[in-house]
Every structure is written in C-alpha cells, then in structure tokens.
Design a protein around this ligand. Structure first.
Ligand code: NAP
Length: 272
C-alpha cells in the first residue's frame, strides 16, 4: 500500500545500487516497479520488500539493450501512477579504448546513454502534466575526470553525458515542478567492478563507499533539494565553485569573430 508517494520505477533493481534504492523507496512508502534482466532476483527482492513494507511491487523483466523490452518499460513509465524514475541500470567496460571490443563499447553507450535518455524522455511528459515528480539519474564521479579517465574513456564519457542530460533536463522541467537529480557516486562496493573485470579490493579502501551509505546520502541530497549530489564530496561549495568557473566562459563562447589568437596578422601570438 502506497502512502501517497505514487510509484517509483527503478532500472537495474536486481543488484547493487538499484536494489538498495528499491529497499529505501519502499520504506518511504513508494510502490515500486522493478526492472532488470534477472527475474528471479527481482522476484526475491519484491517478495521480501512486500512482506517488510506492505507496498505494491511489480516485476518488469527487461533487457534494456533490447528494443522491444525497452518499449515496454517506456510504456509503463507513461502510466499516471508513476511519480519517480530511478535511471540506474548501467555497465562499465574497462580498459584502453584502442583495445576495447567495439560491440561491448557500443552496448555500454546504448545502455548508459541512449536508454537512460529514452526512459527520461518517456516519463517526463506525464510528470510535467501532473506537475510533480522526480527523475534520478545515476551518473558517476568519472563524469568529472576529463583527461584523467578512470575505468575507461567510454565509460567516463557516458557518465559525463548523463550529468549533462540531468542538468539540462532539470532546467527544462523546473517550470513544471519536476526535479531531476544527477547522483555521482565514487567507487561503491557492488558487483559492477567484477563484471567489468576490475577488483574493487585492489583500490585503497578509504575511497570505497558501502552501497547503503551511498544511496542514503543520495536520497538525503534529494531531500535537501540538490540537483547534483556527490555523496563523497565533503564541501558542496567545491561543486558550486566548479559551476561558477564554468559559467565564467558563457559570455565568450560565441562571437562573430574568432578569438584574436586565431587571427592572421593579429596583435596576438603569430600564427605560422
Ligand atoms: N559501483 C560503482 O562504483 C559505481 C560508481 C558510480 C556509478 N555507478 C553506476 O551505478 C549504476 C548501478 O551500478 P551498480 O554498481 O549497482 O552495478 P551492478 O551491481 O552491476 O548492477 C547493475 C544493474 O543494472 C542491471 N542491468 C545491467 N545490464 C542491464 C540490461 N541490459 N538491461 C536491464 N538491466 C541491466 C543489472 O541487472 P541484470 O543483470 O539482472 O539485468 C543490475 O541490476 C550504474 O549506472 C553504474 O554505472 C556505479
């Protein structure tokens, strides 16, 4: 039974971060739609949380790299009871780009980028029409690492996209009272690492967060009205300073003339 919170659809709910979101949102009184490929795990989680919390839980088995399955999830997101999307399903393919299997690279981009965008696109009109709701996009701190990539360049670029998608959509949907939050976890103890061929135990353990702590921090950030939550960041003023530094560029990003240093015969440095 929902306590007036409506229904949250969580992708990648069979394990890791998504399974903890399911637990926490059920305890907050959300009905749930749990999406992933492993139906047995989803059923076991749904059975446990139904007994423990009394909310209504549906299992929607879907492979989000499959077009027909993705369409079924989009259709479910368009129903009137939906108040939240947790866009969490993702994979990390590790290694140097020049050695990466192009099909695995494309599958990662499809899931982390294309599907996340399509699901946000599917849920947004209904939330806007009803004038409330939340889209939570699980990005990563690798979105901020630029020329010092971690895990892989493609993974970092996919998460930079999720951050940009979130910030832009939040501006677009703010007039409709729909919130879009990007969550940027650092290293979090889930099976994602092993699946990507990486050993989380090889990392300095002081940089690894437990999954429950990460999700609790992300939900605390949402409750505080944050649109970008970096669970490990001690001082949020550092994120604000980053945004201010980025905004300094805005007035000069588009001009009729190229910058002086790119002009021939300019007073700037000579161009060969
Ligand atoms: N762990 C970290 O250190 C970390 C840090 C920053 C960001 N993140 C992000 O957090 C999100 C969750 O990752 P996690 O760490 O919780 O990883 P995880 O334990 O491996 O869980 C990934 C979830 O995504 C689902 N999934 C994978 N491929 C899918 C597909 N094709 N269709 C449907 N569902 C699929 C998996 O379920 P099935 O296998 O049952 O389909 C699983 O439920 C990801 O977006 C990841 O990039 C993780």
């Amino acid at each position: 039974m929902s306590r007036g919170q409506g229904t949250a659809l969580i992708t990648g709910a069979s394990a890791g971060i998504g399974a903890v979101y399911a637990d926490r949102l059920a305890r907050r009184g959300h009905n749930l739609v749990l999406v992933a490929r492993n139906e047995a795990k989803l059923n076991a989680l749904a059975a446990r949380l139904t007994v423990e919390t009394g909310v209504t839980i549906e299992v929607l088995r879907a492979d989000l790299t499959d077009e027909a399955d993705t369409s079924r999830v989009e259709a479910r997101l368009q129903a009137d009871d939906i108040t939240m999307l947790v866009n969490n399903a993702g994979v990390a393919v590790a290694g140097p780009t020049i050695e990466m299997d192009p099909e695995r690279l494309e599958a990662m981009i499809r899931l982390n980028v294309v599907v996340a965008t399509r699901l946000a696109r599917a849920v947004a009109p209904g939330l806007a029409q009803r004038g409330k709701g939340d889209i939570i996009n699980i990005a990563s701190v690798v979105a901020l690492r630029g020329d010092q990539p971690a895990i892989s360049v493609g993974y970092g670029a996919s998460k930079a996209y999720v951050l940009a998608l979130s910030e832009g959509l939040d501006s677009e949907l703010a007039p409709y009272s729909v919130r879009v939050q990007a969550v940027l976890p650092g290293a979090t103890r889930t099976d994602l690492w092993e699946k990507g061929g990486l050993d989380i135990n090889a990392l300095p353990q002081e940089i690894v967060m437990e999954t429950g702590d990460m999700v609790d921090a992300a939900l605390a950030g949402l409750d505080q009205g944050e649109r970008v939550t970096i669970p490990a960041l001690p001082d949020n003023a550092d994120w604000s300073a980053f945004k201010v530094a980025r905004a300094v560029l805005h007035p000069n990003l588009s001009h009729r003339q190229p910058a002086r240093r790119y002009r021939r015969n300019s007073e700037g440095p000579s161009v060969p």
